[in-house]
Design a protein. Structure first.
Length: 202
């Protein structure tokens, strides 16, 4: 059970047992919480709820400390080193440009556990409003999704919210169009007039 201690600055110190080290020494996770309530009793209830939720997250096996990282911190320290091994440097530089210009200004300072589909969808919708092509939107989506997919695989977040995104449809560049009856007749007439075609006699 979490230990909660009120401090003089109206904050609470939360201390939770978090397993043992290799020598059998008990480990603790400690965090300072600042309640938003004004009354003491409400503050205590708020701190207790936060401590209970925090303890549940720690017990679930999620990497709670990493989930406190901002999106940019995680991308730079956890995702980028992995990509350096798996893709060409020039490709990564393209990803970095996308992150710096579009992604980081929007969600770079958000903590991983706070990110849901809403701020991500806003990026895509804004790009569409700015008349960016569907392909450009999907390229940005691919970068964001890859980073959050890595966070999910590392057991940092519960899901990749990018799966819920609504993306613009790609423009059809090769639709099959059939002739109308009039166009068919005109096409056949042009063939007959342009070529010396001899039909076998019956």
């Amino acid at each position: 059970m979490a230990s909660i201690t009120r401090r003089s600055d109206a904050s609470f110190q939360i201390r939770i047992s978090n397993g043992y080290d290799e020598n059998g020494k008990r480990l603790y996770y400690t965090e300072t919480y600042y309640p938003s309530a004004k009354r003491k009793t409400a503050q205590e209830k708020e701190a207790q709820k936060y401590a209970d939720d925090l303890e549940q997250k720690l017990r679930s096996g999620k990497d709670y400390e990493t989930s406190q990282m901002t999106f940019k911190e995680f991308a730079e320290t956890c995702w980028k080193p992995r990509k350096l091994i798996t893709i060409e440097k020039t490709t990564l530089e393209g990803y970095e440009g996308t992150l710096e210009r579009i992604v980081y200004p929007a969600i770079g300072n958000m903590r991983l556990f706070q990110i849901n589909i809403l701020p991500i969808q806003h990026i895509y919708d804004q790009m569409v409003s700015d008349h960016k092509s569907p392909a450009s939107v999907r390229q940005v989506h691919a970068v964001i999704s890859d980073i959050l997919k890595h966070a999910y695989k590392m057991n940092v977040i519960d899901e990749n919210p990018c799966h819920r995104a609504v993306l613009p449809k790609m423009k059809d560049s090769g639709d099959i169009r059939f002739f109308t009856d009039e166009e068919t007749q005109a096409f056949l007439k042009s063939l007959r007039e342009g070529y010396d075609i001899h039909y076998p006699r019956k």
